[in-house]
Every structure is written in C-alpha cells, then in structure tokens.
Write a protein that binds this ligand. Structure first.
Ligand code: FNR
Length: 386
C-alpha cells in the first residue's frame, strides 16, 4: 500500500491531510491562539544535540522499558485523544489494537467515540483511562469504577483543561458537533468523498462515555467548548487530586502540569507519575515546551515520580533526547492520529514502527544498547560542548 511510501512522521501527516476533510485535519493538527506552543513543542528539540560515544558493542540494541507498571517494547506510548471516529471509521479500536500488537500502552480519553467497556474487552494488553474531574463528583467516581472493572491498569487525570482552549482553526473550518456546514466545508467533504461515504455508511459518531451529553448543547459549532466549560470543574484543586488518587489503587498519572511546584505537589498527594505536557499546544498558548521542563523537574523531585515527555515528538531522536534529560518515557498524540487517518490500524502500526526503528538506530549510533545507558553525558545543550 502507499503507507510503504511513508518514511517518517511528516510523510504520514501529509497523507492524513490528503485523506481528511479540512475541518477534521485542522481540528487534529491545530493548536491554541498563535500556536506558539504547538511550534515550540517540536522546535525546542533543536536546542539539544547528541554526542556519541564510539566503539561500544551495539550489535544488539534493546529499546524496551517499564513505566506506569507496564512493560513497553518501546520507550513511548499513545497519549489519550478524543473522538478518533473523526479520523477513521475503525476509530479507537484501530488505535488500541495497534498498541496491543506493537507492544505499547493505549490510553482511552473520556471524550472518546468508543466506550470504556468496549475497549476493555477488545484488547488484553495494558491500558490507561484518562479522566477529567466533572462538577458532578458521583459521575467522576462512576468513571473510576467503570475503568477498574473493565481492567484498566492506570488512571490519568488531565489538569490543563479547566476551561477549553481557543483553537481558531476550529472556527475557520467549522469544527463542532455536528460539524458546521458552510460552502467551504461542503466543498471539502465532496472532495474527500471516501471519508464522507464512510461516515454516511456507518454514522456511529457519538461520545460513547458521555451518557449525560445534553444534545441541546451540541447544536451549533461550538457545542464541544460549551460542553467542556459547563461540565468540567474549573474549581478543582490539589485536594480533589488527593481524593481521586485515593479512589484508585494502581498507577496514577497527573497529565498537563509543567512546573517544579506542581511536580512537588503531585508527589505530596500520592501521584506515581506526571505527563509533563501542554496538551500538544492546544490549551495555554506560550506554555513552555515539555522537553525544556524535564531536567528542572527531575532535579527537584529525584526519583519520586515517573516523568513522561508529551508534546512535539516527531522523531526517534526526540525520544532519546527526552530520556537523556531524565524522562522515563514519552507519549505521542498527533503522530498516531496521522497514522490513523492515513491507514487505520495499519497506519498506527506504521507510526509506532517508524519511531521505534528511529529510536533503535539513534541508540546504536549513539553507542547505547539499552535505554538505561542513555544519560545527560550524551547531550549537548545550546551548543555547549563539555
Ligand atoms: C488531544 N489531547 C488530549 N488530551 C487529553 O488528556 N484528553 C483528550 O481528550 C485529548 N484530546 C486530544 C485530541 C487531539 C486531536 C489531540 C491532537 C490531542 C492531548 C494529547 O493527549 C497529547 O497531550 C498531545 O497530543 C501531545 O502532543 P503531540 O504528540 O500531538 O505533539
């Protein structure tokens, strides 16, 4: 298939752009406000170079690791993203099955188009559920119970979405639930007739975990923003995080913090890991790149939290740099969504494959045969060669 002509993540991005109506593509690829954080998330990796140590035996390189109590065949996993049905008719099933087949962790979002239970019974491998704290705490508790009984290993609380971010591409391209039909978007659906045909043939779009979704809210383009602002609790504090931690007896991940202060608090309230993230540049614009936040956090908290770099990872070398700075692993969002849009489950497998082989090759050329051999000695920061 033409996935064979995709050699890197950018090739998959281009393919996804060709396959998707503009509304869906820009919802996926875009960020908040001026998209400074979106750009910086990736470009910040350019401030780090890699210094190889030669003449180590790298005839066998092992890129596997353990994080969040899960054995991963590669040092990255799939971050939670909402509404996979927008990008492919096999929706979250395609992504979860690819994760299971390739040997990494799948995270299901509260805003998914497949239910907690359906994913639970589809894959046997480790999975994580991503939750928000709703104003209705009983509902929040119910999600925790459902995730536990469906066999999810880890729980992830996203804390960077007190209110919805300002994604202007969503206005320009008519994103909403349902998408707004304008002359421009109609034209784009017509020229992407295969996508539109699949939606009509199997119009199973629904936010499967949100039974309390008020359809009157979903009218008009900004239904989702109204929903977030009306249901998510913007008054959440560390006491609520402590409360949620207590409800969950497995790995508990705080997602969307970037400061040393937050990391120290996360340790205090009992979190086991932190996904250092700015939501892929979709929430607070001018939030720093996650890669730049890792070293100070690691310095401040030692080994008391596992740290995940989340945002802007597009090459295996990005993952290696994150590990050298003190991260335990990385997670990816858009890279696997590009794969999903480009080719369903096979496309997601392609994403995982590309990044894995890039990591393996980078490690061999760097002189590291396992992930624990990657350390700050291999890094050059801001051109300063030690
Ligand atoms: C996201 N992300 C996200 N995060 C979360 O906690 N819950 C969610 O429902 C979503 N939904 C979502 C949708 C889409 C289309 C994108 C692109 C992202 C953020 C995601 O988990 C992750 O933090 C970023 O995607 C990481 O940045 P990269 O890898 O996309 O650069």
């Amino acid at each position: 298939s033409s996935l064979n002509r995709c050699f890197n993540i950018n090739d998959l991005k281009k393919k996804a752009k060709r396959k998707l109506p503009a509304t869906m593509y820009h919802y996926m690829a875009g960020g908040a406000d001026d998209e400074w954080s979106l750009r910086r998330n990736s470009s910040a990796f350019d401030d780090y170079q890699l210094m190889p140590n030669q003449l180590n035996d790298v005839s066998k390189v092992n890129i596997s690791t353990k994080v969040l109590g899960c054995d991963l065949k590669m040092p990255f996993f799939l971050a939670p993203t909402g509404m996979s049905r927008l990008f492919h008719h096999d929706k979250e099933f395609a992504v979860a099955k690819a994760a299971e087949k390739m040997g990494t962790l799948y995270s299901l979002s509260t805003m998914a188009t497949t239910s907690i239970e359906d994913i639970g019974s589809t894959i046997d491998s480790d999975k994580m559920f991503q939750i928000y704290i709703f104003k209705n705490r009983e509902l929040t508790k119910e999600y925790v119970k459902r995730a536990k009984s469906a066999g999810y290993k880890a729980l992830c609380l996203t804390v960077d979405t007190a209110i919805a971010g300002n994604r202007e591409r969503d206005h320009y391209y008519g994103m909403g639930i349902p998408p707004k039909l304008t002359m421009k978007s109609m034209l784009s659906y017509m020229t992407h007739w295969q996508w539109a045909f699949n939606l009509l043939r199997n119009s199973d779009f629904k936010l499967a975990n949100i039974s309390h979704w008020d359809t009157s809210l979903s009218k008009g383009t900004m239904g989702l923003i109204q929903y977030v602002n009306s249901q998510f609790d913007a008054s959440v504090t560390w006491d609520d995080v402590a409360w949620l931690c207590e409800q969950w007896d497995g790995p508990f991940v705080l997602k969307g913090s970037q400061s040393v202060l937050d990391a120290k608090k996360a340790v205090e309230v009992g979190c086991s890991a932190m996904m250092v993230s700015n939501h892929g540049g979709r929430q607070l614009d001018f939030a720093p790149a996650p890669i730049d936040c890792i070293a100070p956090i690691r310095d401040a908290i030692g080994d008391s939290l596992e740290l995940i770099v989340d945002g802007g990872i597009r090459r295996g070398s990005d993952v290696v740099k994150a590990l050298a700075l003190g991260a335990n692993a990385c997670s990816i969002g858009r890279p696997y969504l590009y794969g999903l849009a480009a080719g369903g489950q096979k496309g997601v497998e392609k994403t995982i494959n590309i990044l894995s082989s890039e990591i393996e090759r980078t490690m061999a050329l760097l002189g590291c045969k396992s992930v624990d051999e990657i350390n700050s000695e291999h890094l050059i920061i801001n051109n300063h060669i030690k």
